[in-house]
Design a binder for this molecule. Structure first.
Ligand code: NIG
Ligand code: FE
Length: 391
């Protein structure tokens, strides 16, 4: 039998156990037992069973590891000048993606791999135990293929985003580029990917192009997700619902019909407040979505253009402070919500049978993630039952 570990005297254990509301849930004065890579038991500290080893949490909070369901981590170069210009009043433009595309194409595999592993380690140190990773800065068959292959080295949640923008060599001929994305590029990327994504926005891809890309991906066994409503309202959110996409991401600009469509679907609304922070846009209206019964996830959108943060705690703090989410709603969205957005049932919860992906905070409750913004509160991380080396 696998060795067991008891974590005891947990001040607040966030379980997200599906209760009546299927929402944020905690056990105070709790304990948790890990066996192998799974959670074996949760309950009150007073009733904890014996185990092979014991960790005394001394009143600290334990949460499910964060599930970051939206990140663009395979790239080279940086765009701090663009960020500085935006802070001085320039608007965000989707076209900035092209400068990262040029740098990524020019980079060696080793350079891309080093940047990717650095960001993955940065995420782990901040408590992220599951993350999604997109391609989308290569935009040639070879560069997209190496992007998804590299991403697959660090996560099973790999997303093919050949339809990020139309690259310069296809200027004025997006139809021909979409053919490439749906044809030879998809052929090269499908085996390394679980998801297919498209940036459905003015300046990127229109709704018919987006439908073509997601449908072609689905025909190859990939599951659809979408970037929609980042810069203005558009048809992308309804397309997501039409195609039963796991998630519609950004959702910053939504029509009432979009909210209704999301509320009556299995499509999660993934909000990316780091992008609003980094582009000085208004934050998405999380309250409107939650009050309508939409399932909401929070993710970083970590990328060198709009949102160069890898920190889920930062996103939780923004969601609480500026999007009127309660601390519990924000933590649920950053854990169980992310799991829903990735159609995962093994992570995002701390209940018997769940994967033992958990974090211990240097704080007594989850609220400290927003109450003490910018403070590195993640003290320890267990991933698949093993204590992670946080470097
Ligand atoms: O999610 N919206 C499209 N993609 C990224 C931006 C990427 C970039 O600016 O490089 C996003 O915000
Ligand atoms: Fe994105």
């Amino acid at each position: 039998m696998a060795a067991s570990l008891l974590i005891t005297r947990i001040g607040e254990l966030v379980t997200n156990a599906p209760g009546e509301a299927g929402r944020f849930a905690v056990i105070d004065d709790a304990a948790l037992v890990i066996e192998g890579d799974r959670v074996a038991w949760t309950g009150s500290s007073a009733r904890a069973p014996a185990a092979d080893a014991v960790v005394d949490a001394a009143g600290r909070a334990v949460l499910p590891g964060f599930v970051d369901s939206h990140a663009h981590l395979v790239f080279a170069g940086e765009r701090s000048a663009e960020f500085a210009a935006r802070m001085a009043g320039q608007p965000y433009q989707a076209g900035g993606i092209r400068s990262t595309v040029a740098a990524t194409r020019a980079a060696t595999d080793a350079q891309l791999r080093a940047g990717l592993h650095r960001l993955a380690q940065e995420m782990l140190r901040q408590g992220t135990t599951t993350f999604e990773c997109k391609s989308g800065y290569g935009l040639t068959v070879t560069d997209e293929e190496r992007s998804v292959a590299l991403a697959a080295e660090v996560t099973p949640e790999v997303t093919y985003l050949g339809a990020h923008v139309v690259p310069p060599e296809f200027d004025g001929d997006s139809a021909r580029y979409v053919d490439l994305v749906c044809g030879p590029m998809l052929d090269a990327c499908a085996a390394h990917s679980r998801w297919v994504d498209v940036f459905c926005e003015r300046g990127a891809f229109g709704v018919d192009e987006a439908r073509a890309v997601l449908t072609a991906g689905r025909a190859r066994g990939l599951l659809p997700r979408i970037h929609a409503g980042q810069l203005e309202p558009g048809p992308g959110v309804r397309l997501a619902v039409e195609l039963d996409a796991a998630s519609a991401d950004h959702c910053t600009f939504l029509t009432p019909a979009d909210v209704d469509a999301l509320a009556s679907s299995a499509t999660v609304a993934t909000l990316l407040p780091g992008a609003e922070f980094g582009t000085r846009q208004p934050y998405p209206d999380a309250r409107r979505l939650l009050d309508a019964g939409v399932v909401v996830a929070l993710a970083t959108d970590c990328n060198p253009g709009s949102s160069y943060t890898s920190s889920m705690p930062f996103c939780v703090a923004l969601a609480v402070r500026d999007m009127r989410m309660t601390t519990g709603e924000a933590v649920w969205a950053a854990t169980a919500g992310g799991a829903r957005a990735l159609r995962r049932t093994d992570v995002g919860y701390l209940v018997p049978g769940a994967r033992a992906d958990l974090i211990m905070l240097d704080a007594p409750s989850h609220a400290y993630l927003a109450y003490r913004p910018g403070v590195p509160l993640v003290r320890a991380v267990w991933q698949g039952g093993r204590r992670a080396d946080l470097g």
